[in-house]
Design a protein around this ligand. Structure first.
Ligand code: EPZ
Length: 419
């Protein structure tokens, strides 16, 4: 199994180009099930989860050309697709369940494995299933599979989500595009990745309007257009590298982004003492002062993202005092804490609140990655820890970070992949 070996203590300096967003690419790929016209998707991140989604679509019968050099995917669904999404592919990638809404809306039936993915909480799909039931679907769970049918097609209706859920909003939004009549979705998640999915679907010919802060009205259609779409940048990858610059007292130009999308993160990091210069499509992040302590709460967008919680925790270990994090999205997203403690970090956990004592002097050790963002937090910690840090199980990292060791080593980090 591959590992990363990091020799900490090097100041980072240089430019990093941010890849396309994994969490936008995945639902966009799932939604291509709706169309039989040629679709071109650009700025695809070359990460494992995207490969898995491509494999899933191919298995369903899509004809897909992936041009890795140009980071472009062309999809044509000439024939009818299969409607069976197996456990083999969904066990590693929760977003696989996003094919459910599309298959059910287009083909009136689907058998989709209950998903796996990062072990950061129980992560049920009840909100997805209850919404589809409300749209007229008949749903059973059998042998780990969701077996769904809607003989007369899905029907538009009013759905108020009981909780803001990214995946449920995406699944039902995609399904509603091909349902009969109007669907009104309320209490939706409207992360930048969902806005990108909406843009993609609108280009395809779907009729979607945003109502107020968390509402979407969708009028079902049957006809779609051939389109080309450029995926939005990965805001979590961008945030991760800003933190890397701050942690190492370095200076990084973070390119191919829109700073307006990550204002919450930028403002918070500035409060911690990180210097950030914003330009139209890049920022320059640096830090030459002592990091200040801060208290944060993870929330749906535009709040501070849970996907950046593990990374900012590492920065907090360097602060001049005690910081806290309240994790409001997932109930089990502190698995990086025990590994960070092995490097010498002082962190206490009580329910969903972490207390991080600053002024730590981290020392390298051998570590185990547990999920995607936990993995990257260990890499960040390795960049500042004294001596050698080894991060095991980096397949988690490869699910969502494109060429991380290359991007970091080009900026001066001593990091390499070993067997
Ligand atoms: C998406 O996961 C992202 N994944 C996650 O990114 C991200 O952490 C999360 O949204 C929150 O921003 C993708 O976009 C592929 P949710 P998702 O439904 O859709 C509960 C990463 O590191 N819930 O918004 O699974 C759920 O348990 C990953 O890139 C239900 O109870 O998240 C959680 O507590 C990891 N029932 C909360 O809602 C449901 O049916 C929010 O989850 C659905 C969700």
């Amino acid at each position: 199994m591959q590992k990363l070996e990091i020799n900490g203590g090097k100041k980072l300096s240089g430019s990093i180009t941010i890849s396309g967003s994994k969490n936008a690419t995945l639902p966009i790929l799932a939604s291509t099930i709706l169309t039989n016209k040629k679709v071109v998707i650009k700025n695809i991140p070359l990460v494992k989860d995207v490969e898995t989604m491509v494999d899933l679509l191919k298995l369903l019968g899509s004809t897909i050309k992936l041009d890795k050099k140009k980071k472009k995917i062309e999809i044509i669904n000439k024939e009818s697709l299969k409607t069976f999404a197996p456990y083999r592919l969904l066990k590693t990638m929760r977003a696989g369940v996003l094919v459910l809404g599309a298959l059910l809306a287009k083909y009136k039936n689907a058998k989709v494995s209950l998903p796996g993915g990062c072990a950061i909480g129980s992560r049920p799909v009840d909100i997805h299933l209850n919404a589809l039931k409300k749209m007229g679907a008949n749903i059973k769970i059998k042998d780990g599979y969701i077996i769904a049918s809607a003989k007369n097609g899905l029907k538009g209706c009013l759905i108020t989500f009981p909780k803001v859920s990214v995946g449920a909003t995406e699944n039902i939004l995609i399904a509603a595009c091909f349902a009969q009549g109007k669907t009104k979705l309320r209490n939706c998640a409207l992360e930048p990745e969902i806005k990108d999915l909406i843009l993609f679907l609108q280009k395809l010919g779907c009729k979607i309007n945003q109502i107020g802060k968390r509402g979407l009205n969708i009028l079902g259609v049957r006809k779609t257009e051939s389109i080309s779409h450029q995926v939005i940048f990965d805001r979590i990858e961008a945030g991760t590298y800003i933190i890397a610059a701050a942690l190492t007292n370095g200076i990084l130009k973070i390119k191919k982004i829109n700073p307006k999308v990550i204002l919450t993160e930028i403002e918070l990091l500035k409060k911690m003492g990180v210097k950030i210069i914003k330009k139209k499509n890049y920022i320059i992040a640096s830090c030459s002062k002592k990091i200040k302590n801060i208290n944060i709460i993870t929330e749906p967008y535009p709040g501070f993202p849970t996907d950046l919680q593990a990374q900012i925790m590492v920065l907090m270990t360097m602060a001049n005092g005690t910081s806290t994090i309240k994790e409001n999205i997932f109930e089990n997203r502190f698995m990086h804490v025990s590994e960070l403690r092995r490097l010498g970090a002082k962190i206490e956990i009580k329910n969903n609140k972490a207390t991080i004592y600053g002024n730590s002097k981290l020392k390298g050790a051998e570590l185990m990655a547990t999920d995607l963002r936990a993995s990257v937090s260990l890499v960040l910690a390795g960049l500042v820890a004294k001596n050698k840090t080894i991060v095991n199980r980096i397949y988690h990292l490869d699910r969502g970070y494109e060429k991380i060791e290359k991007k970091l080593s080009l900026c001066g980090a001593k990091i390499k992949r070993i067997k």
